[in-house]
Design a protein around this ligand. Structure first.
Ligand SMILES: Nc1ncnc2c1ncn2[C@@H]1O[C@H](COP(=O)(O)OP(=O)(O)OP(=O)(O)O)[C@@H](O)[C@H]1O
Length: 600
């Protein structure tokens, strides 16, 4: 019972494997067709070069025939001249055609690689925040680059090698069939069987192990990137050896999987070699049998043997190339799977133009739960935030404050109800248009490993140095930036690691000043700072809030005391709503309790 169950599972996995294999080939073919001119030049060049190469021995044979007779006869001399000319034409034609084939494939492959890389990057950027949070950056980068380089290997093998070899095999079979039909049919059938065997071995035997090896490779890249990125934590805990042991375990699994893939690859090549040998014996045996029955002469047998040598070479090459195709297709599978991961929130097919003028935010009967969760975070939540008001979101940890701002940014879409800004349902607008008009100063701002000027200007591409310096001044960041030896040209290290927490926040505030968005979200921005940094950040933020609709996600109630309105969240519901004074006056209220606790 269990054996049959595992057999079924194996069949399902094989079918999925085969369908993924076909999908990858279809995916590559679709990208080829995006560049028809380069594809045609490649195909034409390869085919012309193949025909020219095939013609060479035929012309040579005819030349030998011309010179075999007595010398000096006008007919054979003229014919020999023609044959020499034809040889030259074929030789140069082949060289020229190959050159065009290479030029064609260079243009085709580089363009397809660029297209696939750019599209995959665009897709990865649009994948959900959850996906990014749970996927190692190192592994994504590895999948992407490995998939791109696999295109190079696949294009060369399919278009420059497999295609001419297959044509040669077909031509040889036809020539043999024309000379001796029975042997032509035998060769055709045996070649088809050999190709079927190669594909089966590749798909069912080698490919699954290659897939496991690739997964191991991605895991290794991810583990390396994770440990290197968190090097500061590793150092702080003196955990270098622990990390090395962890990596050793992952590397051992990678090595085992890779060794299995190589062994299976060798097995497959050996089986193909044996099959070619059997085929040759079958053809030779067939010829000898026909000779024994008196249906063939010695010349015929010699001819078949010569042909089988030729065919054996082609088949061996085809077998090897099928396994190269398999390897490159396996390398691309993870990229294709990445492609199939759906984006978190799709833009509408025809987004309406969107410009925030007032900055009114309205949640109407919003019900939301995170993907894959069973519990609603919000259920039938309705609230309106007046334009230009400064609103604090407070409440215990996990009560839904950040989720509220994520729905406003449309990082997630509610299952029911609508989120509107200035009366426009956010489901009808392009996400990029919306987010360009909402400035965010997160709890722990991330900076690009680019100059400070570029980081600040991220909020407004094309900002002038004066505008950047002005924003930095407004954000209380100009002082520390100007003290740096390279000033605004200073590179800030990966994720801004070379700056302190307070400096990073002031850069993020400068960025928000430049963005000059009508809606501002400040996420717990003053947590974990010393008093001096905090005073500077606070002052800059007060300035930034002027004239905008502002949401402040806060744990420390001191941050929200002076705001126009405070929404108190508990278990995804807004349980209290009012100014600091009004909420403090509510005896036994959650805000009052939290405030008393914090004052203590
Ligand atoms: N991506 C996610 N997938 C699943 N559940 C999530 C996700 N993000 C948050 N949650 C859950 O949703 C609930 C609300 O989280 P949210 O981050 O909005 O709370 P919060 O009030 O901002 O908390 P904190 O003050 O600690 O930041 C929590 O129970 C949290 O575990």
């Amino acid at each position: 019972m269990s054996a049959s169950g595992s057999g079924t599972a194996q069949n399902t996995s094989d079918t999925r494997q085969a369908s993924l294999f076909v999908d990858v080939l279809r995916f590559v073919a679709r990208h080829w067709l995006a560049f028809p001119a380069s594809l045609c030049v490649t195909l034409a060049g390869t085919l012309v070069a193949t025909v020219a190469d095939v013609m060479m021995p035929v012309i040579a044979g005819r030349l030998v025939g011309d010179v075999a007779g007595p010398a000096g006869q006008a007919g054979p001399v003229r014919d020999a001249g023609w044959m020499l000319g034809a040889m030259a034409a074929c030789g140069f034609g082949s060289v020229l055609a190959k050159r065009y084939a290479y030029l064609g494939i260079t243009a085709l492959t580089t363009r397809v690689m660029q297209k696939i890389g750019t599209e995959a990057f665009a897709h990865v950027q649009r994948l959900s925040t959850d996906w990014h949070a749970s996927t190692f950056a190192g592994s994504t980068v590895r999948r992407l680059t490995r998939g791109m380089w696999a295109v190079d290997m696949l294009d060369d093998t399919l278009l420059l090698m497999l295609l001419p070899e297959a044509c040669l095999l077909l031509l040889t079979t036809l020539v043999l069939g024309w000379h001796w039909p029975a042997m032509g049919v035998l060769l055709g059938v045996l070649s088809a069987l050999f190709i079927l065997l190669s594909c089966l071995l590749t798909l069912r035997y080698v490919a699954p192990s290659a897939q496991a090896a690739n997964e191991g490779d991605s895991r290794m890249g991810a583990a390396l990137a994770d440990a290197v990125t968190c090097n500061a934590v590793v150092k702080a805990f003196g955990a270098e050896e622990r990390e090395e042991r962890l990596l050793e375990g992952i590397m051992t699994r990678w090595r085992t999987a890779t060794a299995l893939m190589w062994v299976r690859g060798t097995d497959s090549a050996n089986i193909q070699g044996a099959a070619v040998m059997v085929m040759r014996l079958a053809l030779a045996g067939g010829a000898v049998w026909l000779w024994w029955r008196g249906q063939a002469g010695a010349g015929d047998v010699a001819y078949v043997l010569t042909m089988t040598f030729l065919v054996q070479g082609y088949l061996r090459e085809i077998g090897q190339q099928v396994s190269v195709v398999q390897r490159s297709v396996n390398e691309m599978e993870e990229l294709l799977l990445l492609w199939r991961t759906p984006v978190a929130v799709s833009d509408p097919a025809h987004p309406v133009p969107f410009r925030i003028t007032k900055g009114e935010i309205r949640f109407s009967h919003v019900t939301f739960r995170y993907p894959g969760q069973t519990r609603d975070i919000f259920s039938d939540l309705s609230v309106t935030i007046a334009p230009g008001s400064r609103v604090g979101l407070v409440g215990p940890s996990g009560s839904g404050k950040s989720t509220f701002t994520k729905l406003l940014q449309r990082l997630y879409a509610p299952q029911q109800g609508t989120v509107e800004v200035d009366g426009t349902d956010l489901a009808t607008v392009a996400q990029s248009a919306l987010r360009a008009q909402i400035a965010l100063v997160p709890q722990d701002p991330m900076l690009f490993h680019r100059s400070l000027a570029e980081n600040i200007a991220y909020g407004r591409p094309g900002a002038t140095p004066e505008q950047i310096a002005h924003a930095a001044k407004q954000a209380n960041a100009a002082g520390f930036i100007e003290r740096l030896p390279d000033g605004y040209a200073t590179l800030v290290g990966e994720r801004g690691i070379k700056l302190s927490g307070g400096e990073r926040q002031r850069v993020a505030i400068a960025r928000a000043f430049l963005a000059d968005a009508p809606i501002l979200v400040l996420d717990e921005a003053t947590a974990s700072l010393d008093s001096e940094s905090e005073a500077q950040v606070q002052e800059a933020m007060q300035r930034l809030m002027q004239g905008r609709t502002v949401l402040v996600v806060a744990h420390r109630l001191a941050t929200v005391v002076g705001l126009d309105r405070i929404l108190v969240f508990e278990h995804g519901r807004i349980v209290e709503d009012g100014t600091h004074q009004a909420l403090l006056a509510r005896t036994g209220g959650l805000y009052q309790r939290l405030y008393t606790l914090q004052s203590l």
